[in-house]
Design a protein around this ligand. Sequence first.
Ligand SMILES: Nc1nc2c(c(=O)[nH]1)N[C@H]1C(S)=C(S)[C@@H](COP(=O)(O)OP(=O)(O)OC[C@H]3O[C@@H](n4cnc5c(N)ncnc54)[C@H](O)[C@@H]3O)O[C@H]1N2
Ligand code: MOO
Ligand SMILES: [Mg+2]
Length: 615
Amino acid sequence: MVKAVAVITISDTCFKDNSKDTSGPALADYVRELFPEANLHTIIIPDEKEIIERELKYFCDTNLDLVLTTGGTGLTPRDVTPEATKAIIQREVPGITTAITLASLKKTPMAQLSRAVAGVREKTLIINFPGSKKAVTECFEVVKPILPHAISLIHNEVVEVSYIHNSMQFNHTCKHSSNVDISKVALRPRESPFPMVEMSEAWKMVDDVMSEWTERLEIVTIEEGLGRVVAQTLHAKEPMPPFPASVKDGYACLSIDGAGVRRVRTAVTAGDAPTAPLCAGECARVNTGAALPAGADCVVQVEDTKLVSASEDGQTELEVEILKAPEPQQDVRNVGFDIPMGTVLVDKGQILDSAKIGILAGAGYQNVTVRVPPKVALLSTGNELQEPSEVKLKPAHIRDSNRTMLRMLLKEHGYDSIDCGIARDSPPEIVAGIAAALKLADVLVCTGGVSMGEKDLLKPVLLKDFNATLHFGRVRMKPGKPCTFATCEFEGKKKYIFALPGNPVSAYVCALVFVVRALRRGECARAAWPRLRVRLAHGAQLDARPEYARAALELHADRDMPYATMLGSQCSSRLLSACGANILLELPAATPSLQRLPAGAIVPALVTGRLDIYS
Ligand SMILES: Nc1nc2c(c(=O)[nH]1)N[C@H]1C(S)=C(S)[C@@H](COP(=O)(O)OP(=O)(O)OC[C@H]3O[C@@H](n4cnc5c(N)ncnc54)[C@H](O)[C@@H]3O)O[C@H]1N2
Ligand code: MOO
Ligand SMILES: [Mg+2]
């Protein structure tokens, strides 16, 4: 889908007098017609190579799908659009400009004089058009049929994903080979070669690695920005309220007049612009939110007044009595009372919520630059797995629940993911699955095959076939002991791999405490989960490893602290223990003197779910 497009008019004349720009608005109209859903940005800039390059780069770096320029493609000394475009694109697409020239030559030999360029920078297609409305109209007609497809190709997703879905059908059997030798099962290690790291060390390793994540930005509408991390500081461009406004329904007065009878000179309801200033002894009937007339410095609520005289038909008050002498500024919201001009409305790094978006809407902001989270791919591994959609189970098989659970878990926390299917437990298939996933994503989350069995091949494949660095391969935690975090270079880019244990609860817990946490860290350098101290509603047996027990939080009006109830058997295959969980209790490891915590014991808990969900 085409999400954002920019139309840049490049012309000294139009820059000085925007009303002279006819080709920019025409091009903008064509774009709106072709991509009605897209967010459209239009700017006018002078024929300055540096400025053109800077603006083109800005739009590419903010992940726009398409940038169309109009102007500056000819032969006069100031025409530098093609030079600026060439300087910033990474790949040229000469076919587009050839097609435009061929079509234009049929209309005018002058087409020979155009030096327009088309090319791609990162994920953005840039096309130069000439500077007249007529030329823009003709040229757009030429490129219109290929634009959506070209953009999909640049984005890689549609084509790649459908390739996996249609031709590979989740069957990662294509011609990949592996360096992993599986012939000597009997000689496999009897002890894990991976040191068992503590949780704190594991978090530190993930944090250190993810802090290298390079920031990518995109411009979205403020509404699309919900839950996203803002990459720019936005200030109030005007004060709120922009005029002195009444806080009450009553009468705007001069406080200096004190109590007593006033002539009601006018009435101002919300939305009316007041006219002449009030004079001494006068007042104006006002509504909450109405603009105060000049001269008035206070409002007296209607409850503190008495009618003295009215017009014969009873429609207007002529005089009212102010019963209590008002204070200056009483019940007035002065200019900028709520938001002074220049106030920081949202700051770089903050997450947009409903109130912030409301404030941006009120301040006239329509778009906002946000950070782009890493792309995540999901891959399941296991010979025993069938697609969840398969009705009949084969002998000794189960349906794959991890991929669906993880996709939903990531979605719950604001992250999309790409489904890369199931890879069988053979090195070439795992290589194929991982390679397909790494082509599409920055972060791979796979499950299964990380423990001690002869079919647990993830770690050797990562090491031997992807030359990966395994930052850790075992963590002292329950569930999730064999959880693995690795990085590797793939097609020139650094990739981050979370190889989670196959047990459904282990995958669930590790996804929360490592993957979602890391994505948050990468996106906004913030740790994911708030910690609470909670009381156990019942006793809890402790394990040799620190345990993340899935529990539901209960708040009782008559109790001092929230209570936590564990959700049944905490076996790592039993995903029912995570259903309705909104906290992960951080139970300490057992010691010789402490094997069990009694009911009422206080333990820390990570708040990982919505507090309004109860089991
Ligand atoms: N000798 C040892 N055996 C095991 C150890 C150990 O230290 N020594 N660790 C155990 C722990 S702890 C865990 S956790 C598991 C981790 O297993 P793997 O990551 O190797 O995963 P698999 O063997 O592939 O599968 C384990 C389990 O999970 C089921 N599974 C796998 N994928 C899915 C899926 N996509 N959807 C639903 N269920 C899935 C699979 O059928 C197995 O039952 O190893 C212990 N063993
Ligand atoms: O650590 Mo495993 O995840 O207990 O089952
Ligand atoms: Mg295993």
